[in-house]
Design a protein around this ligand. Structure first.
Ligand code: SF4
Ligand code: SF4
Ligand code: SF4
Length: 221
């Protein structure tokens, strides 16, 4: 992997549980990260360039996070929020049984969803045959600054964006900041911890923009 100057990972291809398809995003990120010529940047900072120097980007198709996005510099997870329509609910309770978060309650007059419990995995949509539950808002949850090693830490929630392009722009902006502003031997993980990042987008009030000096808010565990 040192040959590319970055590590880009994904979860299981074509998984039926995916809330978002990551294949195109993976390809776009590979192109963008390659364009940044990161290997040369890292070789100017570190000799030799070791695994822990590499920027690590990880894609997961849903909040299950099988590819471990929470311990990478950039963790990207697909999400889809269920929307309740006017279509008649059959009362089958398949959605209630499917929801591992116990967010759905079936009642005689339809269902309710507890949004404080729902993690937007989309499992309930897949079992509703009546059309009462359909896809609502969908996109990518962004996390930043995860790592393993001597001082492990989970990546922190940094916002949600609806499109692949916004994910690419977000990572590209941060990596460009690292290339431009990081110290001579500063690792990306320390650069991110020192709040030297500039994020780019905002969706549904869940901001993915952070100014220097602000703390990240981990809104979704
Ligand atoms: S993270 Fe979700 S989509 Fe990816 S392999 Fe796991 S369950 Fe499937
Ligand atoms: S999207 Fe997932 S967590 Fe939310 S209600 Fe449906 S099954 Fe439950
Ligand atoms: S799966 Fe659909 S039809 Fe069945 S209880 Fe849930 S909302 Fe109603």
């Amino acid at each position: 992997m040192q040959q590319t100057g970055f590590q880009l990972e994904h979860c299981r291809p074509n998984c039926p549980k995916a809330a978002r398809d990551w294949h195109n995003l993976y390809d776009e990120l590979e192109i963008k990260l390659t364009e940044l010529n990161l290997l040369q940047i890292l070789q100017d900072k570190f000799r030799p360039v070791l695994n822990h120097h590499l920027p690590k980007v990880c894609l997961a198709g849903c909040p299950n996070g099988c590819s471990q996005p929470n311990i990478k510099d950039f963790g990207i997870s697909g999400y889809v929020t269920p929307r309740i329509t006017d279509a008649q609910c059959s009362g089958c309770k398949a959605c209630e049984r499917t929801c591992l978060e116990e967010a759905i309650t079936c009642q005689p007059n339809g269902i309710t969803i507890d949004n404080t419990r729902c993690i937007s995995c989309g499992d309930c949509l897949k079992v509703c045959l009546s059309g009462t539950l359909i896809s609502g808002e969908s996109g990518w949850s962004l996390r930043l600054g995860g790592r393993v090693g001597r001082h492990p830490q989970f990546a922190k929630f940094a916002g949600q964006v609806p499109t692949d392009e916004e994910v690419v722009a977000w990572i590209s902006a941060i990596m460009s900041g690292y290339i431009k502003d990081a110290g001579p031997q500063e690792r990306l993980t320390h650069f991110l911890n020192d709040n030297k990042v500039s994020l780019v987008s905002s969706v549904n009030g869940k901001s993915a923009h952070k100014s220097s000096g602000e703390e990240f808010q981990d809104q979704r565990q």
